[in-house]
Ligand binder design. Structure first.
Ligand code: NAI
Length: 264
């Protein structure tokens, strides 16, 4: 096997949900590694700021307005990326939201919203990317952002847990179908990462439990990790880089949990 490589020069990546949190760090890390990056997000203004930061530090980026639950928006976004940079070699399907409610109170529209962003979004971006990856001589890499909740349940997160479990199925089928085209797939499963997605939940939990926000975070860390450390966006970005740059397809179809021992 050749040496471990962290160089993405000549590769084109599309990262969804790239305007914030985990997606942003992956987009910036890929750009630093030499990839041209499509910074796709439903929030175009924020995506443009991330693309500008990448370009200011010498990288190549294209901000793309994309609601991942819209087939038209996804197809147009992927087409725009390929037109601009010539190919798509790496897809990171990462955009996500959180809705917390017990099953008996959860509205059907919230259920559908969650599946449309997490699962429809993963399917649509994958399908659009494969139209190009299957015709390419280069290796194609598809990475889904799952969660520890791809593997275990959590109270009041039925739509999230269901969607994140579903990504494992999509990833595994793609590993089988994509092999003959040199396309590999992975699910990265982070633990607790302090991004806007989870930061929004902390004040609410503090109010409900009558404790400080700091205590909420300490409790999460104490119960869920072996070393009381957060998973960082940089941890996840490094893992996404490792997988995208890995020289063989040995990891295809796998989920990799990065959670400081939350799930093992
Ligand atoms: P974030 O809230 O910081 O970023 C999510 C991004 O997705 C935002 O920029 C948002 O505008 C974008 N987005 C939302 N709906 C979209 C749509 N329909 N189309 C396109 N973009 C859309 O959240 P974070 O934490 O970075 O989450 C990224 C992924 O990581 C999500 O899939 C989340 O489920 C997953 N994750 C997060 C964990 C955490 O503790 N923060 C743990 C495990 C997984």
């Amino acid at each position: 096997m050749s040496q471990l490589n962290q160089d993405l020069t000549g590769q084109v990546a599309l990262v969804t949900g790239a305007a914030s949190g985990i997606g942003r760090d992956i987009a910036e890390t890929y750009a630093k590694a030499g990839a041209a990056v499509g910074v796709a997000d439903i929030n175009l203004e924020a995506a443009q700021k991330v693309a500008a930061v990448i370009e200011e530090s010498g990288g190549k980026a294209l901000a793309i307005a994309m609601d991942v639950s819209s087939e038209t928006a996804v197809n147009e976004g992927v087409e725009a990326l390929v037109k601009h940079f010539g190919s798509i070699d790496i897809l990171v399907s990462n955009a996500g939201i959180q809705i917390i409610d017990p099953i008996h109170k959860l509205s059907f529209s919230d259920w559908k919203k969650m599946q449309s962003i997490h699962l429809d979004g993963a399917f649509l971006t994958t399908k659009a990317a494969l139209q190009y990856m299957y015709d390419s001589d280069k290796v194609g890499t598809v990475i889904y952002t799952g969660s520890v909740h791809s593997h275990e349940a959590s109270l009041f997160k039925a739509p999230y847990v269901t969607a994140k479990h579903g990504l494992l199925g999509l990833c595994r089928v793609l590993a089988k179908e994509g092999a003959q085209y040199n396309v590999r797939s992975h699910v990265i499963c982070p633990g607790f990462v302090k991004t806007p997605l989870v930061e929004k939940q902390i004040p609410e939990q503090a109010r409900e439990k009558g404790i400080s926000e700091e205590q909420v975070v300490n409790d999460i860390m104490l119960v869920n990790t072996v070393d009381k450390e957060f998973t960082s966006t940089a941890d996840i970005a490094q893992l996404a880089l490792f997988l995208a740059a890995f020289p063989t397809n040995v990891f295809t179809g796998q989920s990799i949990v990065a959670s400081h021992g939350w799930f093992m």
